[in-house]
Design a protein around this ligand. Structure first.
Ligand SMILES: [Zn+2]
Length: 353
């Protein structure tokens, strides 16, 4: 009886919200790899929320791992567990030969739900190709979740092992991954107010609470290349882009002091229109970014095989947040706003220093 009631509530809510309007970028707003002067050798792909891959053709990094996106009824049916049959076809689309490292920002389901399968899929082929398995980085809560849901066991990171190991991120910690250096910056999670929490609980069929609700800490990532192999001529003044990824839409005043970044992947999930200007000033304004790519604006409950659209306007004001971002970008004159199409292979530009 309880199950029938719950299904009815969810069906009613789905009917209600399916009638609400949503936002998605217009075709001309997508970035197609021709920004700035000469293209760098860094490619980025966006798979919704803050799941991204970064590559220079040799070293491959993934940030977060959420691929099996389902409707609320789907989550009810499978107890909100990661599903190999849904994740594998998405990972195959990436055509990555191996994965050097997977960084998780925090232990919410829309960031780590499918990371055990990502690890499972990549660690052996990485060991064969790179003689070392995929390195894992994240918080203690992420480690607990992945340990419970991955059939292998993490090895001791101090020893040179053939099994993956998991390193706990530290604020300001720098991590060498092939040709890249990744710096972890602890940044606050966006505030989740009462109605959002309630709806999320309903939409995830009250199964979300197992291990996937721990907010703190949460990390942003600064990614740079160690050496510039693409320099064209001795007097070439351009450099490969410094990339900053902010998965959750919040920042404290001094988090980004002294940090420069050319491109920011800016999480805007649950951001309120009235907070956009402050958030912009403390992120884009601080790091002097030239290109801003909003992420985490998409509806988590739609499959990656469908076109990405924002959540319904009754829950999130994505259209208003975007208008504010557009206004601020226009005002700054030096910053452009662009979007990445899901799974598109985008080559990032080099920047004049
Ligand atoms: Zn979160």
């Amino acid at each position: 009886m309880k199950k029938i009631n719950l299904t009815l509530i969810i069906a009613f809510l789905l009917a209600l919200i399916s009638g609400c309007s949503t936002w998605s970028p217009v075709e001309g707003a997508y970035y197609h790899g021709k920004y700035g002067n000469i293209n760098s050798n860094i490619g980025v792909r966006f798979m919704g929320v803050s799941t991204l891959t970064i590559t220079d053709g040799h070293s491959h990094i993934m940030i977060d791992g959420f691929f099996s996106r389902q409707s609320p009824l789907g989550y009810c049916k499978n107890d909100m567990e990661t599903q190999k049959s849904k994740v594998r076809p998405q990972l195959e689309k990436l055509k990555l030969p191996h994965l050097d490292a997977l960084f998780t920002s925090h232990a919410h389901f829309d960031h780590i739900l499918d990371t055990p399968i990502v690890l499972d899929y990549f660690h052996k082929r990485t060991l064969i190709e790179r003689k070392t398995p995929t390195k894992m980085f994240g918080t203690q809560a992420s480690k607990d979740y992945i340990s419970e849901n991955w059939k292998g066991q993490f090895s001791d990171c101090e020893k040179n092992q053939s099994q993956p190991c998991f390193s706990k991120l530290e604020d300001g910690g720098t991590y060498d991954v092939g040709n890249f250096v990744v710096t972890a910056i602890e940044t606050p999670h966006v505030e989740k107010k009462f109605p959002v929490n309630v709806f999320e609980k309903i939409f995830t069929c009250f199964k979300r609470d197992k291990n996937l609700i721990k907010d703190f800490p949460n990390y942003s990532f600064l990614i740079t290349l160690k050496t510039d192999t693409q320099r064209q001529t001795p007097d070439d003044r351009t450099t490969p882009p410094k990339i900053l990824i902010i998965p959750s839409a919040n920042i404290s005043e001094d988090d980004l002091d002294g940090i420069n970044a050319d491109i920011v992947f800016l999480g805007i999930g649950l951001l309120k229109p009235k907070n956009v200007e402050h958030y912009w000033n403390q992120t884009i304004g601080k790091v002097n970014a030239s290109l801003v790519v909003p992420i985490h604006w998409d509806n988590l409950y739609r499959s990656l095989d469908e076109r990405l659209v924002s959540g319904p306007n009754i829950f999130v004001k994505t259209d208003k947040v975007i208008k504010e971002l557009e206004r601020l970008a226009k005002q700054s004159k030096q910053t452009k706003l662009s979007y990445f199409n899901v799974f598109d292979k985008v080559t990032l530009p080099r920047f004049e220093q």
